[in-house]
Write a protein that binds this ligand. Structure first.
Ligand SMILES: Nc1ncnc2c1ncn2[C@@H]1O[C@H](COP(=O)(O)OP(=O)(O)OP(=O)(O)O)[C@@H](O)[C@H]1O
Length: 343
């Protein structure tokens, strides 16, 4: 059974539509990251799932139970959802133990003590039970927040930018730790982030939001190799479009020669464009070349060439030992890769 289903959910603030006919399914024990440009409706989607806002239309079901449709609305406190926000929202006047115990009022004293002790062990905060939030590091506060969110065994965990206040040095260790905790507890989670790197490290699948909808929900690898739309391809990283002809399922022809594709290209149209990222490009000196080098920068181990081609600009790294003579004409070689072809 899916942990979460959103069907044609729409929400507008005043007259402005923010999410429209949004569909999303999260499988049992799956972590999905909502990614998208600022203001595209990620937090609004999270709020609709939590029940903090009521969608004007559509249906939301958690663990097979409808929690929101046109006639029916379950209040947030009855949705069995754990939430964790950017600022962790810990109660400053409560100790670590009391913060984690906060949502466990239905348990008797002994059950509550046992459950809090289990959570403290899970997030490895033994010995810090009596400390107050201001006596903890950012990472420790984040562990308290996750322990509190998981303590009452929610069906679903919602995390809004949970790692944005954490120092980059320890962020990825914490992301790994918290991912293992969530996986051990067999909870499904939806996570909002601005950072693709965080999403790759933390989530099983990424839901790319665009124009109020989920443009694509897939693993990071599938999104990179088979983006369904140009918006998805562009969101995942800078590149350039080049006109291309698909002449069989394995390659395309461009002005810079043939490019082998590591995935089969089965689009119905043969003519279109490919979206090429810097890592698939090699710059070479070529008397016929017409690539403009706007700037050359040395960044330690590599050079970065700022190039202009087909009226688009891109930064392409190249190893320092393959020094390019920028006084001579330059062309591109496109390496074999999983070609993003748009017909
Ligand atoms: N209470 C509100 N009243 C009116 N408009 C709002 C309100 N909250 C959000 N919006 C608008 O709705 C849109 C979506 O906001 P939302 O917070 O969901 O975006 P987001 O994708 O989470 O953005 P960010 O990545 O910047 O956090 C934005 O244009 C925002 O200005």
């Amino acid at each position: 059974m899916s942990s979460l289903i959103l069907e044609k959910v729409s929400y507008q603030y005043q007259q402005q539509a923010v999410i429209s006919d949004l569909d999303l399914t999260v499988a049992h024990n799956e972590i999905v990251c909502l990614l998208g440009a600022s203001g595209c409706g990620k937090t609004t989607t999270l709020k609709a799932i939590a029940g903090l806002i009521k969608p004007q239309s559509g249906r939301i079901a958690i663990h097979g139970q409808c929690v929101s449709n046109k006639q029916f609305f379950v209040a947030p406190q009855h949705r069995n959802i754990g939430m964790m926000f950017q600022d962790y929202a810990l109660f400053p006047h409560l100790s670590v133990f009391q913060n984690i115990a906060f949502g466990l009022s239905k348990l008797n004293n002994s059950e509550r003590n046992t459950r809090v002790a289990q959570m403290i062990e899970l997030v490895r905060l033994e010995g810090l039970e009596k400390r107050f939030p201001h006596e903890l590091s950012g990472g420790q506060q984040q562990r308290v927040a996750i322990a509190r969110a998981l303590a009452y065994k929610p069906n679903l965990l919602l995390l809004d930018e949970p790692f944005s206040n954490i120092d980059t040095q320890v962020r990825f260790q914490l992301i790994n730790d918290i991912r293992s905790i969530i996986k051990d507890q067999q909870v499904s989670a939806i996570f909002v982030s601005h950072s693709k790197d965080e999403a790759f490290a933390f989530a099983d699948k990424l839901a790319i939001m665009h124009e109020g909808k989920i443009a694509q929900l897939d693993s990071a690898k599938t999104l990179f190799q088979k983006p369904k739309t140009k918006a998805v391809a562009e969101f995942l990283g800078q590149g350039i479009y080049l006109d291309a002809q698909r002449y069989n399922g394995q390659s395309v022809t461009t002005q810079f020669g043939d490019v082998s594709s590591l995935i089969t290209l089965s689009q119905s149209q043969t003519s279109g464009q490919i979206y090429v990222r810097p890592q698939h490009l090699e710059l070479i000196n070529d008397p016929q070349g017409d690539v403009e080098i706007v700037q050359q920068r040395f960044i330690g181990t590599d050079y970065v060439y700022h190039i202009k081609v087909a009226d688009q600009q891109l930064e392409v790294p190249a190893p320092a030992e393959q020094l390019l003579d920028t006084t001579k004409p330059v062309s591109l070689k496109i390496k074999a890769h999983a070609v993003n072809f748009f017909s």
